[in-house]
Design a protein around this ligand. Sequence first.
Ligand code: MN
Length: 230
Amino acid sequence: MSRFFDLPPLPEVPVAGSDNTYPVRRIFCVGRNYAAHAAEMGVEVDREAPFYFTKTPWAICHTGATIPYPLETENYHYEMEFVVAIGKPAFRVSEADALDHVFGYACGLDMTRRDLQLAAREKQRPWDLGKDVEHSAIIAPICQAGEFEIGEQRIALEVNGAVKQDSKLSDLIWSVPEIIAHLSRFYHLEPGDLIYTGTPAGVGAVVAGDEIVGTIDGLAPVTLKLGPAE
Ligand code: MN
């Protein structure tokens, strides 16, 4: 039997210092993982457990891209994030063993239709229209795990040269080992699974013509330009 049609290949992310790429299987995103960001969103941090939403792998967009201002929103927000790339199957792993399952780390942007996300939140509906936006999971080249140790690195974002987000990885409420251990109770994590670990305070809107630069000390920066709406 043959197919009625073929799908394009899964997105792949460049890996710093390698000719090989990292194919993307799933995208998990952690919500409210910096206390100051939860506060600016007007919500309490849930200290009992992290929570997640997902994006389809087709939402992957490479650093340096220019994307059209997205559909059906008037409040498109940047969210600078530390991204974890899973490198080995992880199922019910302990926090102590969690980092052994990491392939590497990258700078990413979780671009968000904030107006639609907040409207959904208000009505207790899912966030998909706000979060699973085409071209909304921006990612820079992955740095392999052996080349990067999670510490107090600065995580920051500028729009048109003005600093908007400025925090530290040590401000994460749920650490990377805690997130991997928790998520691996609900999913058989596999190579190709990316985890966007949440954004610091200072989120805000962008408009056509804006240029975003996101940085984490020790990782390749992530950049994005907003073009006119389609
Ligand atoms: Mn986010």
